[in-house]
Design a protein around this ligand. Structure first.
Ligand code: NAI
Length: 347
């Protein structure tokens, strides 16, 4: 069970602390340095992922800052704790990569950024659809090569389509608003109905009805045991032939091999994904000079009606500013008062 703590903060007590950031890219350094101008923290940036081997680099730092693919298992946490680290600040919303029980046993506090820019993810979802629908990625390459043929570029109007949204939380709600703007009929499925979504005119229906009626299906629910491979062969069988599938949530919501079969048969007409179930070994790094080892991913790349981005839906300057600001604020709160509204506690 996870508890989200809320408490008051005395900011006058702030003296600043050393924070070691792992998996840090130049953009992290830029946004964190800018946001730190008003704080007194000392930031140490490392490009390495956080693992038991790299953890000693944080020795002497009161806090470490980690990202989605950093490894915060028992081994790593013990090394960090031995080096004097008290706080783990995740610069993301998800915390599935943290052994919260061990953190609790060691007395380490774990904080996160629960929400940074739902608009970024919602707008990227629409971006995938618009690019897929009108084959913009193919048109871009053709025109650059002097090929002005329209063969193979025929699209369809989004206006008037029936769109199925699975998961109508913070991001899903924004996606409903965008599809409303296009003049679509919006169907929704969620384990908890969102009144704001109903007020927008969207209709909650059972999942099988959403599958059967939707021209476009977009996933915005979290990855849980109950949602693992939510889109599997049986679900795909219920969908309209030529359905467009969009996933900017988590890769393992989709059984990729089942979708590949349906792309080959034409049952799936378009696939737009920002996440992939085996993305840990691929995304966020330049692997352009390496031989692709993932045959499933390599097969996906061969389809003209598949568009993949590398987990960049969140990646706007607005979101990066918010991530840096909230992460530093979380640590300032911990420093000032020992607690933080964005703390995750295991109990
Ligand atoms: P949220 O927690 O506000 O909304 C999630 C919704 O999913 C909730 O309404 C919840 O009731 C619903 N849900 C839970 N179990 C369900 C089930 N079995 N079937 C249908 N709905 C279910 O989360 P938020 O902020 O809207 O984020 C959604 C997802 O977007 C996250 O879980 C994350 O995986 C993904 N994400 C992706 C990013 C990217 O860069 N591609 C960035 C941020 C989030």
């Amino acid at each position: 069970m996870f508890l989200y703590l809320r408490c008051e903060v005395d900011h006058d007590k702030l003296a600043g602390m050393q924070i070691t950031l792992f998996s840090s890219k130049s953009y992290d350094e830029s946004f964190f340095s800018t946001e730190n101008e008003t704080s007194r923290h000392e930031l140490v940036f490392h490009e390495f992922k956080l693992t038991p081997t790299s953890a000693p680099l944080a020795k002497g730092s009161r806090a470490v800052c980690a990202f989605v693919n950093d490894r915060l298992d028992r081994e790593t946490l013990e090394v960090l704790h031995a080096g004097g680290t008290e706080f783990v600040a995740l610069r993301c919303a998800g915390f599935n990569n943290v052994d919260l029980q061990t953190a609790h046993e060691l007395g380490m506090k774990v904080v996160r950024v629960p929400s940074y820019s739902p608009y970024a993810v919602a707008e990227h979802t629409l971006g995938l659809l618009l690019a897929l629908n009108r084959r913009l990625y193919r048109a871009y390459n053709r025109v650059r090569e002097g090929n002005f043929s329209l063969q193979g570029l025929v699209g369809f109007d989004i206006h008037g389509l029936t769109v199925g949204i699975i998961g109508t939380g913070t991001i899903g709600e924004k996606v409903v608003r965008l599809f409303n703007g296009f003049g679509c009929k919006v169907l929704c499925y969620d384990v908890h109905e969102n009144e704001a979504v109903k007020a927008l005119g969207a209709k909650y229906v059972p999942l099988d009805e959403l599958f059967a009626q939707s021209d476009v299906i977009s996933l915005h629910c979290p990855l849980l045991e109950s949602t693992y491979h939510l889109i599997d062969a049986a679900a795909l069988e219920q969908m309209k032939p030529g359905v467009t599938l969009l996933n900017t949530s988590r890769g393992a919501l989709i059984d990729t091999s089942a979708v590949i079969k349906c792309l080959k048969s034409g049952r799936v007409g378009n696939l737009g994904i920002d996440v992939y179930e085996e993305e840990d070994n691929l995304f966020f790094e330049d692997q352009s000079g390496m031989v692709m080892q993932d045959d499933v991913f390599a097969r996906l790349l061969t389809f003209p009606n598949v568009l993949i981005t590398g987990h960049q839906a969140f990646f706007t300057s607005n979101a990066l500013t918010q991530i840096a600001r909230v992460t530093l604020q979380n640590l300032s709160d911990l420093e000032a008062s020992g607690c933080c509204a964005n703390e995750i506690e295991f109990s």
